[in-house]
Design a protein around this ligand. Structure first.
Ligand code: SF4
Ligand code: SF4
Length: 56
């Protein structure tokens, strides 16, 4: 599983994309999108100020 974005919470602030060490997040159409490069490190989960990211 890659990191999952909660579309109801994401404000497209871009902080997760800046924090991701493998550039696995892009902000598209006012929501963050995670691609298959995600290594499940969890940094973005801790970075998001709106608790919009989860890792199962
Ligand atoms: S840090 Fe959170 S609110 Fe900001 S773009 Fe990423 S998922 Fe969305
Ligand atoms: S879990 Fe790590 S690798 Fe995956 S999107 Fe978040 S910061 Fe990037």
């Amino acid at each position: 599983m890659k990191a999952a974005i909660n579309k109801d919470k994401c404000t497209a602030c871009g902080q997760c994309a800046d924090a991701c060490p493998v550039e696995a997040i892009q902000v598209e159409d006012e929501i963050a999108v995670v691609n298959d490069d995600c290594i499940e490190c969890g940094i973005c989960v801790d970075t998001c100020p709106f608790e919009a990211i989860t890792l199962d």
